[in-house]
Ligand binder design. Structure first.
Ligand code: XMP
Length: 332
């Protein structure tokens, strides 16, 4: 266990023991929520999953998880979440199909921070609507981590944010829930250790981080159904191919990005004018800084071949070789 904050008793409580962190977290959640009910925005990622299991341990059936299919998820993700949490963990799970609603709100929106705000706000609206159907639910569980908190409030210039991560910075001002954020003092690798200690499967514990605004911040420019389909298919290939490599476990994230340009290509002697796909694969200790992964050329070649062969509308694949800083991990 890393001791990043040896003097901070709230950061894994003295710097070492996931079990005592869990005990203390469960205890303080029970104290905070009491016999009230809570709703959790489950995304299927490690953060919200660990937060949900911790809160479930503390308050049991008084927790209802809401999974919003916002249409901005990766291929197969919605189905996986249902399988794991409803069938395996037997948690109260409500699945909301909000795909058209989100796409409608994002129509014509290009600015990344506006996308984040819209998506964050819409998430909360959906939660409110769904939890109202459940009766009186005063608490909202979120898997907010320490880097989200830091990056949302700090930057080199006072008052200027790097990015407003939606689960911290983009909450609407009239939010009617009180927040339960049991992971606020933790970094990602700590959360994974706690997830393992809680008995969560590797498919969740080792899942790479995925931003709340989802594919919307990996589509540069306007999010449309057509562009979502292109990116989703390309991203599935990137994840499948890199996932086969032994070095995959050492990577923080690997995914596809769809830039807002087209470029010229040639297919069966005809000129094409289609999208490029950028591959982003990074190593990082905590998401605050990152370096691009030196992937084997053979893997990059196979990804490129498969994407241009299998994804209609793509005629070029590029590899992003920029560290953070100066780039960020996500393109938006
Ligand atoms: P950046 O792009 O800022 O990303 O280098 C650092 C880490 O944060 C994730 N990220 C987000 N997570 N909402 C989130 O919940 C967001 O808006 C958001 N933007 C970036 C990113 O995937 C990376 O792991």
């Amino acid at each position: 266990m890393k001791e990043r904050h040896p003097k901070n008793p709230c950061s894994l409580h003295g710097g070492g023991d996931p079990r005592s962190f869990i005990e203390q977290a469960v205890c303080s959640i029970s104290q905070q929520v009491g016999s009230d009910r809570a709703v959790c925005g489950l995304s299927g990622g490690v953060d919200s999953s660990v937060a949900a299991v911790l809160v479930h341990r503390a308050i049991g059936a008084n927790l209802t998880c809401i999974f919003v299919d916002n249409g901005l998820l990766r291929k197969g993700e919605a189905e996986d979440v249902e399988k794991v949490f409803r069938d395996h963990y037997h948690m109260n799970l409500v699945v909301v199909d909000a795909r058209e609603r989100f796409l409608g709100k994002l129509q014509g929106v290009i600015d990344p921070e506006k996308k984040r705000k819209i998506i964050g706000t819409e998430f909360i609206r959906v939660f409110e609507e769904e939890s109202e159907k459940l009766g009186h639910v005063p608490y909202l569980v979120q898997g907010t981590l320490l880097p989200d908190v830091i990056e949302s409030v700090s930057s080199k210039k006072p008052g200027v944010k790097v990015k407003s991560h939606h689960n911290v910075g983009g909450l609407p001002e009239d939010l009617r829930f009180e927040l339960v954020e049991p992971l606020r003092t933790l970094y990602k690798d700590d959360v994974r250790l706690i997830g393992t200690e809680l008995g969560l499967p590797d498919t969740i514990v080792k899942r790479q981080p995925f931003p709340g605004p989802g594919l919307a911040v990996r589509i540069i420019g306007e999010v449309t159904q057509e562009r979502l389909e292109v990116l989703r298919e390309a991203d599935a290939i990137v994840r499948e191919e890199i996932g086969k490599l032994p070095e995959a476990d050492e990577l923080w994230q690997y995914f596809a990005v769809l830039p807002a340009i087209r470029s010229t290509g040639v297919s069966d002697s005809d000129r094409t004018y289609s999208y490029p796909i950028a591959i982003r694969a990074v190593k990082s200790p905590d998401g605050m800084s990152a370096d691009w992964a030196r992937l084997p050329y053979a893997a990059l070649e196979e990804i490129s071949r498969r994407i241009v062969d299998e994804v209609p509308g793509v005629n070029r694949v590029v590899y992003d070789i920029t560290p953070k800083p100066p780039a960020t991990i996500e393109w938006e």
